[in-house]
Write a protein that binds this ligand. Structure first.
Ligand code: UD1
Length: 430
């Protein structure tokens, strides 16, 4: 398990190239299972989550051909997925436990091949993460579903049937799964209270390019007119708003100036508003935005995480790190996940002043300085928050268990080094 060592104190200056969005790539890769023609996906980030999903698709019988290419000023991956006929309809425990978004094979395999066995992913560090919406929606579309030995075993006779479905929560995962399932269903499916995240709109674009007929992108009511067959396509995925938001905080917290190249500012309104209210200058430029906090005094701002277009839960930890060293107090409320404050004790070990109230709220009172410490990554976004704290702490911080970061931040040390951070990966042999 590698470690990351950071020596704090350097303001960050320069450019960070933002990569393709992990949370778009994952469902879009699985959408390739809906056709027996090749599907080429451009702008896939180099991340361990992508490798894990590719490993699952390989064992389902998908042929995968990857090439690296320069796009939009930096190195990206283009991968072609070709599933002529799956050799297995089972997503085993060993794959799903490594990468829970493996559950995106559920909708495509069931609707196209009539059967699927998916290991239930179980909870994770940030919450229980149930799948009831995915499963009950498929049942409403006519699937027979049983839970056996930790697996979801789903079958259909003929095709899934269109249905009118209302989600009790605007789940990103369930919206993607049911969109993919309904694309090949018989008849029309309507999803009410669907998630509106940009990653979903990108999936809808891609499915429509494959021959699906989906209306309502960017709204909470999606109408999917089922078709009999989908075909191959080429699709370039959108860039990662969460990665962009994370580096935006790095610029602000270090009182530097960073240009986020290829960053989708249009999907970051809520977090960029908070950064501006904190006192950083945020300027939208062609193909990205800049964050400038040189000589700025930063003030704490309240944050309430919510479904898109609200403030993303996936930026809560990073913004909390910023509030730790801002003037005044900030109330951080997490409304999506029931256990997403695990970074708090680690930040407190570095001198942060945070009081957690129940599961959902924390008061952060800004301190003048954090002090370096060995800390432990608990999940992907929390790990980045600890790096941010390390960038402004006195001395040398080591962040342990960095495999979390490798899941979701492409070439992290290289990107940080390029803007002047004193950061290094310490390889620990297995
Ligand atoms: C996705 C993101 C994750 C992000 C989250 C919320 C991916 C791979 N992951 O996760 O980074 O934090 O969206 O923006 O894209 N829920 C149910 N029943 C269900 C499904 C969800 O009650 O069947 C609840 C969850 O407990 C949670 C809320 O709905 O409270 C949102 O979960 P969901 O949007 O499904 O998150 P993921 O898609 O797993």
């Amino acid at each position: 398990m590698d470690k990351i060592k950071i020596i704090g104190g350097n303001p960050l200056f320069g450019k960070v190239f933002i990569s393709g969005a992990k949370n778009t790539a994952l469902p879009i890769i699985c959408a390739s299972l809906l056709t027996d023609e090749p599907v080429t996906i451009q702008n896939i980030p180099f991340l361990s989550d992508i490798k894990s999903l590719n490993a699952l698709l390989l064992q389902l019988g998908t042929q995968i051909e990857a090439k690296s290419e320069q796009r939009n000023g930096h190195l990206t991956q283009t991968i072609t997925y070709y599933t002529q006929q799956p050799t297995s309809l089972i997503a085993p425990y060993d794959f799903v436990r490594k990468m829970r978004a493996s559950y995106y094979v559920l909708g495509p395999l069931l609707t196209k091949y009539g059967h699927v066995e998916l290991s239930l992913p179980g909870g994770c560090a940030i919450g229980a993460r149930p799948m009831d919406i995915h499963l009950s929606s498929l049942e409403q579309m006519g699937a027979q579903i049983e839970i056996k030995n930790g697996y979801v075993v789903a079958d259909i006779k003929g095709r899934l049937q269109g249905a009118h479905i209302t989600f009790h929560s605007a789940s990103v995962g369930a919206t993607c799964n049911i969109l993919m399932a309904a694309a090949l269903a018989e008849g029309t499916t309507v999803i009410e209270n669907a998630a509106k995240e940009p990653e979903i709109s990108d999936l809808i674009n891609m499915l429509n390019k494959m021959g699906a007929n989906i209306e309502g992108a960017n709204t909470s009511t999606l109408t999917i007119y089922g078709v009999e067959k989908l075909h191959g396509t080429t699709h370039e995925i959108i860039n990662d708003r969460i990665e962009a938001g994370s580096y935006a905080v790095a610029a602000a917290i270090t009182h530097g100036r960073v240009e986020l190249v290829n960053a989708p500012a249009q999907y970051l309104q809520a977090p960029l508003d908070i950064l501006r209210k904190c006192g950083a200058k945020v300027e939208i430029i062609d193909n990205g935005f800049t964050v400038d906090a040189q000589n700025a005094t930063l003030y704490g701002q309240d944050i309430y995480t919510d479904y898109y277009p609200g403030f993303p839960t996936d930026l809560q930890a990073q913004f909390m790190a910023l509030m730790c060293v801002a003037e005044g107090a900030a109330m951080v409320t997490e409304s999506i996940w029931e256990n997403r404050f695990m970074h708090v004790p680690e930040l407190m070990r570095m001198g942060a002043n945070i009081n957690v109230h129940g599961h959902a709220s924390a008061i952060v009172r800004g301190v003048k300085k954090l002090s370096a410490a060995p800390v432990m990554s608990t999940d992907l976004r929390a790990s980045f928050a600890l790096i941010l704290a390390g960038l402004v702490a006195d001395g040398e911080t080591t962040v342990n268990r960095v495999y979390h970061l490798d899941r979701g931040y492409e070439h992290l040390e290289e990107k940080f080094k390029a803007i002047g951070a004193d950061i290094e990966r310490i390889k620990i042999p297995d």
